[in-house]
Ligand binder design. Structure first.
Ligand SMILES: O=S(=O)(CCO)c1ccc(-c2ccc(C3CCCC3)c([C@H]3C[C@H]3c3ccccn3)c2)cc1
Length: 240
């Protein structure tokens, strides 16, 4: 991957996003506005506009029992599962396999009334790093999706408005050691998920309308995805 012309950007943005996601875990006060809460899932946003367009940064914290961060990131990254959990994506295409853990996607999203249909071109990178708070514990797994401009697919030529996104799914895994050296089972697993996203809709849409769509779609999205992973993993061996 290091030979690919996008590698320097992919490496830099991935580390930046991981740092941002980890910082935001501590920064639960201040500017973030809690806008949705369902069980263990808490969703925060900041109201920001660029050129009159809503690009509210979103941060979601979720705690899921019975899966590892590796499993959560695998189901998020791997295109073969995408359409099974992504209810707002019409088509997803791998344009280039940059490496085993770096894919270039073209995604066409379903039209969400009253906004016009969107598409997105982005690289997606899955990576794990040691958890510096627990060196000999499970590593932190992360998937970063970041829009990229590719000349072969110019924006806004077809029916879709090209959206810009930067997304980071970061997962920390905690294992409650079972008594007297028994085998770790899924009941001993807890995964702490931090999902950060900034989506620039690419074309103007009424701020109030867009915020209503965000408010409705993001909680549904994260709940559907995490329930899908729990369901897929429950009868499979644990992937640490
Ligand atoms: O985590 S990912 O990388 C998974 C890749 O499959 C991801 C997630 C969400 C989006 C996305 C795309 C379009 C919109 C808007 C913009 C104008 C009209 C639609 C939204 C806002 C509306 C929010 C939303 C949240 C979740 C799902 C769908 N809709 C979000 C893109 C990528």
């Amino acid at each position: 991957a290091s030979a690919h012309h996008l590698w320097p950007e992919i490496d830099r943005v991935t580390m930046e996003q991981m740092h941002y996601a980890r910082m935001s875990v501590e920064d639960s006060g201040g500017v973030w506005q809690l806008f949705a809460e369902e069980g263990e899932m808490k969703m925060y946003r900041r109201e920001e506009e660029v050129g009159g367009m809503v690009i509210d940064p979103l941060r979601a914290c979720h705690v899921v029992k019975g899966v590892t961060g590796h499993e959560v990131c695998e189901y998020f990254f791997n295109p073969q599962y995408r359409l099974e959990w992504e209810a707002t994506v019409e088509t997803t295409t791998v344009l280039e396999k940059i490496a085993d853990d770096i894919l270039l996607f073209l995604q066409v999203h379903k039209r969400i009334w009253p906004a016009s249909q969107r598409d997105a071109v982005f690289w997606s990178h899955m990576r794990h790093v040691p958890d510096d708070k627990d060196q000999d514990g499970p590593p932190i797994w992360v998937v970063v999706n970041n829009s990229v401009d590719i000349p072969d697919l110019p924006a806004n030529t077809g029916k879709c408005v090209r959206l810009l996104l930067t997304v980071c799914l970061m997962c920390q895994t905690f294992i409650d050691p079972p008594k007297d050296g028994a085998k770790v089972t899924r009941n001993d697993l807890t995964c702490k998920i931090t999902y950060c996203s900034v989506v620039n809709p690419g074309g103007w849409a009424p701020p109030a309308v867009l915020r209503a769509v965000y408010k409705r779609e993001y909680p549904k999205f994260l709940k559907r995805f995490t329930n899908y992973v729990i369901d897929q993993c429950q009868d499979k061996p644990i992937l640490f």
